[in-house]
Design a protein around this ligand. Structure first.
Ligand SMILES: Cc1cc2nc3c(=O)[nH]c(=O)nc-3n(C[C@H](O)[C@H](O)[C@H](O)COP(=O)(O)OP(=O)(O)OC[C@H]3O[C@@H](n4cnc5c(N)ncnc54)[C@H](O)[C@@H]3O)c2cc1C
Length: 413
């Protein structure tokens, strides 16, 4: 018996995982998105699934690097001058999260959401007949500097306290594991991590399964809401109107606009990332590689070799700067000298980020039937399935499988 209708706004990894878990909890779901499932930020990520991901981007001391972020438009993290007015308050809040105490708070929350990443995603993929799209064969961090891969003493502490398994590797051990890599001087293997061999297909297959189970996916852009007596009664789209039992806002980097219409102000920006994918590179790594010097991930996918990463803080709808993608090719040539990268596709996607980099997974403080699920920053592909499970539990009023407080709106007040 159905528990009622839920309208999910956004068909990215987060929205589709919410729809999947809501169906499992006996809700009838309608997903609304003008794009086909997985076509925005979820399309081109590096596909890393890292239960051990618990190191915030803004670690203590990051402020020393800010001048570099402003000067080098092709650096690992750059800020577009013309968007500085809008991003400045976010940047100040972001730097505030770089104290050791904040880093510990954020790290613990990251670990709690990411630890069950495989456990929450695998059942959805199995049901969709797509379990082969993910692999659990580890993730290897490398650096061309000796010991740089270890990170700061705080990073080492956070990983140890979180119980994340790691194995230190010297240059020879790295060469044995990953003969396609050029010379590196240190390596750190995370044996419990893994990756998707095609992150876009993951979302598509899950979306297809949502429809097979009786859900509806509507191509429309949400423009407003009907609100009466403290509830949203209908979602208004550019081409239709959809009665709402409950709604989930999972519109990625565009979620702040919808939240504002629902009475919730959130400081959300686009941390835009880029990728290049070479369909026929000749040489591939055996597992996903993270090069800490360049801040890129190199993923062996079924569509070829993907080099993805870096951060560009710019307007969500501003045109891409594909010089950043060309820089990724340069990095790829240095890191994987035998890979053929003459022909690549280029892509940019907006990571939805609030200043502490954690998602908002919470009920609206103003409207009884609204749940927010956005802001997954660098981790929305792996965070999507645990978020979906949490959203279904919050809506059903069931005890959440992980503590939901670290993801509450109240922390951003
Ligand atoms: C280069 C790069 C590498 C990354 N690597 C990884 C990784 O290895 N592992 C990882 O876990 N994460 C990674 N990420 C982050 C991850 O991709 C994102 O966190 C995730 O895709 C966010 O998913 P989402 O569903 O919230 O947003 P999206 O995928 O952007 O989906 C949001 C959807 O909402 C829709 N929408 C917006 N406005 C409306 C509206 N008004 N009405 C209806 N629909 C609307 C959009 O059309 C879109 O389809 C990476 C990101 C980048 C850029």
């Amino acid at each position: 018996m159905s528990r009622g209708n839920v309208t999910v706004i956004g068909a990215g990894m987060v929205g589709i995982c919410c729809a999947s878990y809501l169906q499992r909890a006996q809700y009838q779901v309608t997903v609304i998105d003008p794009l086909s499932p997985g076509s925005a930020c979820s399309f081109g990520n590096a596909g890393v699934i890292a239960p051990g991901a618990c190191l915030p981007l803004a670690m203590p001391g990051i402020w020393r690097q800010v001048p570099g972020f402003l000067i080098d438009p092709l650096g690992p993290l750059s800020i577009r001058w013309r968007d500085l007015g809008r991003s400045f308050p976010w940047l100040i809040d972001w730097l505030r999260t770089s104290s050791p105490g904040e880093a510990r708070r954020i790290s613990a929350a990251m670990r709690s959401l990411h630890r069950p990443a495989f456990d929450c995603l695998e059942p959805l993929l199995r049901d969709a007949g797509a379990a082969d799209l993910i692999t659990r064969n580890g993730q290897l961090y490398v650096s061309s500097r000796r010991d740089a891969v270890l990170g700061s003493p705080l990073a080492v502490d956070l990983l140890r306290e979180a119980g994340v398994r790691t194995e230190h590797l010297g240059p020879d051990e790295v060469r044995q594991l990953e003969p396609a890599l050029g010379a590196v001087r240190s390596g750190l293997l995370f044996p419990d991590n893994g990756h998707a061999t095609n992150s876009y297909r993951v979302v598509q297959r899950l979306a297809e399964h949502v429809v097979q189970r009786g859900g509806t996916i509507v191509a429309d852009k949400v423009t407003g809401f009907d609100i009466a007596d403290g509830d949203v009664t209908a979602v208004i789209g550019a081409t239709g109107r959809y009665p709402a039992g409950a709604i989930v806002v999972a519109a990625g980097a565009w979620s702040d606009r919808l939240a504002a219409q629902l009475g919730t102000k959130v400081r959300l920006i686009a941390e835009r990332g880029y990728h290049v994918t070479a369909a026929d590179p000749g040489a591939m790594p055996n597992r996903v590689i993270s090069h800490v010097d360049h801040r890129v991930a190199i993923t062996p996918m079924d569509i070829g070799l993907r080099i993805a990463g870096t951060v560009e803080i710019a307007g969500v709808d501003a045109p891409p700067n594909f010089a950043r993608a060309k820089k990724l090719v340069e990095i790829g040539r240095a890191v994987m000298p035998r890979a053929g990268l003459d022909t690549v596709t280029e892509w940019m996607g907006p990571r939805p980020s609030v200043p502490d980099g954690l998602p908002v997974i919470d009920r609206s403080p103003h409207l009884g039937n609204v749940i927010y699920a956005f802001g997954h920053s660098h981790y929305g592909f792996m965070g999507g399935a645990p978020t979906g499970r949490l959203v279904a539990e919050l809506l059903a009023g069931e005890p959440p499988f992980i503590d939901s407080k670290p993801f509450a709106l109240a922390r951003l007040a």
